[in-house]
Design a protein around this ligand. Structure first.
Ligand code: 5GP
Length: 235
């Protein structure tokens, strides 16, 4: 079976319906126009994803997570991935500023869910249910992903609030397992979420790299410590 190499991960299929997700130290932003490598990022993202998938599973959300399989590797259930990104937002940041006349940092009265078509060539355009249907994803499937995404938001928002962190927004990807169930896949990490320190509003996520706000690894380590109460052991 073929190994799939993404920008930040390698996907290695096993022959028993499971897959190894290997998190790389590479970082890209702005459709791959900005690139760098940060030693330790793969480890941090794998471990942080594992923590968050466990929290979701404990709260009754089905995810692909099976276990940790080495330093920067997770073992997960094989899914047939939908070509969609589901973004949930609680606070105005990033591309939402181009869509609504609201200032960065404004808390939204209720979460916003957005759909994007995962296609580098088209620059991941925002789409709606009608576009999704043309791409072969039914209205029911989209609604189920949106429902799960909002549940993920509820669980994670509470979890992060208790740790002095604002969950600003995040991106999820879903797939179908062999039993035909829609399952949360991919990763949940500071590469795919915006996290702000509740007191200082400092970014603890990939915006540090996108907008040159400081040292990425220190920010990710700070997040890891807040979540686990432990110092990271990747060095
Ligand atoms: P925005 O639309 O504001 O750029 O992104 C919203 C949220 O989704 C952010 O937390 C961002 O990290 C995440 N996100 C959206 N698209 C992508 C993507 O293609 N790759 C990654 N890693 N994160 C994304």
């Amino acid at each position: 079976m073929e190994v799939y190499e993404g920008k930040a991960k390698r996907v290695i299929p096993l022959d028993d319906g499971k897959v190894i997700l290997e998190f790389k130290d590479d970082a890209t932003a702005f459709d791959g126009k900005k690139k760098a490598r940060f030693k330790g990022k793969g480890w941090l993202n794998a471990q942080i994803s594992a923590v968050l998938f466990k929290v979701l599973e404990e709260n009754g959300i089905k995810t692909h997570f099976i276990g940790i399989a080495g330093d920067n590797r997770l073992i997960v259930e094989r899914l047939k991935m939908y070509p969609l990104e589901v973004v949930v937002r609680n606070v105005v940041a990033g591309s939402l500023k181009k869509r609504l006349p609201l200032e960065e940092g404004t808390e939204l009265p209720e979460p916003i869910v957005e759909l994007y078509y995962k296609d580098d060539g088209l620059g991941d355009p925002m789409i709606n249910h009608y576009h999704a249907k043309v791409l072969g994803v039914s209205e029911e499937e989209v609604r189920e992903m949106e429902r799960i995404a909002l549940k993920v938001n509820e669980v994670l928002r509470k979890y992060f609030t208790e740790r002095g962190i604002i969950l600003v927004d995040f991106k999820l990807e879903f797939g179908k397992n062999e039993r035909g169930e829609i399952v949360l896949g991919d990763e949940i990490s500071p590469d795919t979420c915006r996290f702000w320190d509740a007191e200082t509003k400092e970014s603890l996520d990939k915006d540090v790299f996108r907008f040159d706000k400081g040292d990425l690894i220190s920010a990710y380590e700070k997040l890891y410590e807040r979540l686990t109460g432990e110092s990271p052991t990747h060095r």
